[in-house]
Design a protein around this ligand. Structure first.
Ligand SMILES: C[S@@+](CC[C@H](N)C(=O)[O-])C[C@H]1O[C@@H](n2cnc3c(N)ncnc32)[C@H](O)[C@@H]1O
Length: 492
């Protein structure tokens, strides 16, 4: 019988009582209670790939052993498992080895190493010489302790490209560096890094290399580590290396009983305001989601702008579709005709370029003017969900144009938008801000006209202002859209 919980809890409490406070303070040492370790281990997604687990500052091995316990209990098909557990405290090494060996013994192919060296300096040395191991999973409760500017730890951390002031952020920086792409890091750490100028390089480091997948907050300051009188507010964070940031699971509970546990998905813009240069990380409360960010914005209805799906369903009009434009026909616009936020027509491809005139077709045409077209389908690989392109009167070679059904068209009562509004929409819809907000309520890659009606828009005056500013630039790109949107959002 695998009596891990009892063993670990007994050893943790014995250590808490029998170890001198100075010793624990010097090493930033307090061990994770089993229920918290269990919750942390539960965050990793199930995998049938190899597992290379790192536990830096492992103490008695509560975290790695609890994760191994979960793998065994859930019968994961991981072909082989290896564990690297670091600790510099000689007093814990024997217990650590006993526990990790015990947890590994249940697997056919599991090996471990107990490393009694300084995690930071050893990793920095190996990384410098390119001989470091890499990991698919990291689970950690790193030591918390300030590090002086000229300390060896501070020098070591600089090797990873991180300037930081505490051991816990240094440990995470080192762990991120030696985590494989798509690998996961689950850590319980103080909340202090979420704001403050000293932790800004650390926040930037995390955001550069990882996506935040989960944040858990203990509502009580004192209860997560109550046996150790730790008065920091602690969070558990799960990061994934080198993946795009999507929604974040946010959970709360008061203490290690997890009795009042609550979880919900938050849009990343609720955690990091895209305009915040200081990169403060917020942990949103459930009720505040949606309303706060959007309250000062308009709806499309307020702006008297319409958005509709392109009315030409091509398989119903097969007999009048033309590969090449000819007199008596009208241009037919497909998503492939939209590139770099503009119209590129005609195009040689399998898709037609034109549609022959008929009375039926006449009803589907949009008169010469300014329109904004948004693709209805993006692929998962495309970095943005909403891609908006401008159509101007100069694009018209006839008095009308037809849009195919895979597009959404912004117009006013089937006629042109005002010029500055059309440019304003291009800037707004293509902004990272809107992309993030769109992901808040849409988990799929499809962009429907209804979705476009539901996203927030600036008021008419700001939209015009955005448009005027965009018209002054020829080179359209993401930073330009974002900086324009940022400038209007900041001036009220
Ligand atoms: C906060 S305790 C957590 C222990 C364990 N991971 C747990 O969750 O119960 C941090 C551990 O890191 C160890 N430690 C401190 N500095 C270290 C260093 N530079 N390298 C390796 N281990 C270190 C301490 O001895 C301590 O056991």
């Amino acid at each position: 019988m695998f009596a891990l919980a009892e063993t670990l809890e007994e050893e943790r409490l014995t250590h808490a009582v029998n170890t001198a406070i100075e010793h624990k303070a010097r090493l930033g040492q307090y061990f994770t209670p089993y229920p918290i370790a269990r919750f942390m281990a539960s965050l990793f997604p199930v995998t049938d790939q190899k597992i290379r687990l790192l536990d830096p500052g492992a103490g008695i091995g509560a975290l790695s052993c609890t994760f191994l316990e979960r793998i065994r209990q859930e019968n994961w098909k991981a072909p082989d498992i290896s564990v690297s557990a670091y600790d510099i405290d000689e007093l814990v090494l024997q217990t650590l080895e006993k526990n990790v060996a015990y947890a590994c013994a249940y697997f056919d192919k599991a090996n471990y190493e107990i490393i009694s060296e300084n995690f930071l300096t050893k990793t920095a040395f190996e990384y410098t010489w390119n001989i470091n191991k890499t990991y698919t999973h990291v689970i950690m409760n790193p030591p918390y302790k300030k590090i002086a500017t000229h300390s060896t730890e501070r020098h070591a951390t600089r090797i990873f490209g991180l300037e930081t002031v505490n051991l816990y952020t240094a440990f995470i920086g080192a762990a991120i560096t030696i985590t494989e792409n798509l690998g996961y890091i689950v850590a319980i750490i103080p909340r202090s890094f979420c704001n403050g100028v000293y932790y800004k390089p650390f926040r930037e480091f995390i955001l550069k290399h990882c996506a935040i997948k989960h944040i858990h907050l203990f509502k009580s300051r004192s209860k997560a580590f109550k046996d150790e009188a730790v008065l920091q507010e602690n969070i558990i964070i799960m990061l994934q290396k080198n993946v795009q940031q999507e929604k974040v699971s946010v959970s709360y509970c008061t203490d290690e009983s997890f009795a009042d546990f609550k979880v919900f998905d938050a849009d990343f813009s609720q955690i990091l305001n895209p305009f915040d240069k200081e990169k403060y990380l917020h942990i949103p409360e459930e009720k505040k989601i949606h309303t706060e960010t959007f309250s000062s914005y308009s709806t499309l209805k307020d702006l008297h702008i319409n958005v509709s799906t392109g009315p030409v369903v091509d398989f119903r009009k097969r007999d009048i579709l033309l590969q090449d434009y000819q007199d008596g026909a009208y241009p037919l616009i497909y998503p492939l005709h939209l590139r770099h936020f503009r119209l590129e027509w005609p195009k040689q491809s399998k898709k037609p370029n034109a549609i022959l005139y008929s009375e039926d077709v006449a009803k589907l045409l949009f008169p010469k003017g300014f329109y904004v077209a948004v693709k209805r389908f993006s692929t998962k690989e495309e970095p943005k969900r909403i891609i908006a392109s401008l159509i101007t009167p100069q694009d018209f070679i006839t008095d009308g144009i037809a849009f195919e059904n895979h597009l959404n068209i912004f117009h006013i009562n089937k006629a042109s938008l005002p010029e500055d509004i059309s440019y304003g929409l291009i800037c707004w819809l293509n902004s990272t801000y809107i992309d993030r907000n769109f992901r808040l309520f849409s988990g799929h890659t499809q962009v429907n006209a209804t979705d476009l009606r539901n996203i927030p828009y600036p008021n008419l005056q700001k939209l015009k202002e955005l448009g005027k500013r965009l018209q002054q630039s020829n080179q359209w790109n993401q930073p330009l859209f974002d900086s324009r949107v940022e400038s209007i959002a900041l001036c009220n």
